[in-house]
Design a binder for this molecule. Structure first.
Ligand SMILES: [Zn+2]
Ligand SMILES: [Zn+2]
Length: 304
């Protein structure tokens, strides 16, 4: 966990200054990640996107409009392509896709991307300085950044209620697509894992909190741990849940770079193994080199 038992951490200040809610306003819509993924390697027309995503025409139009307003996409003469900000979502999109592949009981995944080394991309988020993988226990939050001033961004779309039902497999898109679910996961990485503490930090209605926690437990992300002398349980990450940490780091990194005004200090994360400020870098697990859009191609094979 990024918290240090020896150092007091003002979690409320961290939550207030967290860029995560702002990133969720951009990406936390169902289909937004899938849309970015579909446009990663090439621009597509509205018709091609309709075919690739198999979603209603009106939903696609609304999501495209939203991502255009958030400056993640650009309209071209023929269709849509990712802007520089959209291309910078590669770590988020590929880590989300990889997390989905690793999760149990998953539905069929889209064909994997191929790295220039010839292997299917298994992305790893590592520290750029020491090249060690980014693990929750190795990160220390030094000080809260400034509360993000996001007045320059268009208003987010209203979000639909979580669409998965209890017991159903939770994919990364479902987790990010529900603001409360995503915030509970992000808070967990700040070390906030007790029911009462989550409720206090998020100011969330008890029935909604109970519903989201049940969903995360059923989905295999959290484990409910009964605590002695307490009626309220603690919620620990499962092994699969811990694997979400690099995805959250990638979200924070992207938000600090592309959403936060340049004049504002970003989230301060220190990588304990090397002691440097954390600069995440996406690498290929097979060959160990950096993953860029130029180093990727589409697989012609459908994933099994
Ligand atoms: Zn390091
Ligand atoms: Zn490679």
């Amino acid at each position: 966990m990024p918290t240090h038992s020896t150092q007091a951490l003002d979690v409320t200040a961290h939550v207030a200054s967290s860029i995560v809610p702002a990133v969720l306003d951009v990406l936390g819509q169902r289909w937004s990640l899938a849309l970015v993924q579909a446009l990663l390697l090439q621009e597509k027309t509205f018709g091609q996107l309709l075919l690739a995503l198999a979603i209603p025409r009106s939903t696609l139009a609304a999501r495209l409009k939203h991502l255009l307003a958030m400056r993640c996409l650009e309209a071209t003469a023929h269709g849509y392509r990712l802007s520089a900000a959209g291309q910078a979502l590669l770590p988020v999109v590929s880590l989300a896709q990889a997390w989905n592949r690793g999760a149990a009981g998953q539905p069929p995944a889209p064909a994997p991307l191929i790295h220039c080394c010839g292997n299917s991309l298994v992305p790893a988020l590592v520290c750029k300085v020491c090249a060690e993988p980014i693990l929750a226990r190795d990160i220390h939050l030094d000080c809260p950044g400034a509360v993000p001033d996001l007045s320059h961004l268009p208003k987010p779309l209203r979000r639909a209620r979580a669409e998965s039902s209890p017991g159903q497999w939770l994919g990364a898109a479902e987790i990010l697509g529900d603001r409360w679910t995503a915030l509970i996961v992000a808070l967990g990485f700040y070390g906030v894992q007790r029911y009462s503490e989550i409720a206090r930090h998020l100011a969330i209605a008890p029935n909604i909190l109970a519903d989201r926690l049940a969903r995360l437990c059923d989905g295999g992300v959290l484990l409910r741990v009964a605590e002695q002398q307490s009626e309220r349980p603690r919620y620990r990450f499962s092994e699969a849940g811990l694997q979400l940490f690099p995805l959250i780091v990638a979200l924070i990194e992207w938000g600090d770079r592309w959403l936060r005004p340049a004049t504002q200090a970003a989230t301060c994360m220190r990588h304990l193994p090397c002691g440097h400020w954390l600069q995440p870098q996406l690498r290929c697990s097979s060959c160990g080199t950096a993953v860029t859009l130029q180093s990727l191609s589409a697989s012609s094979l459908q994933a099994p």
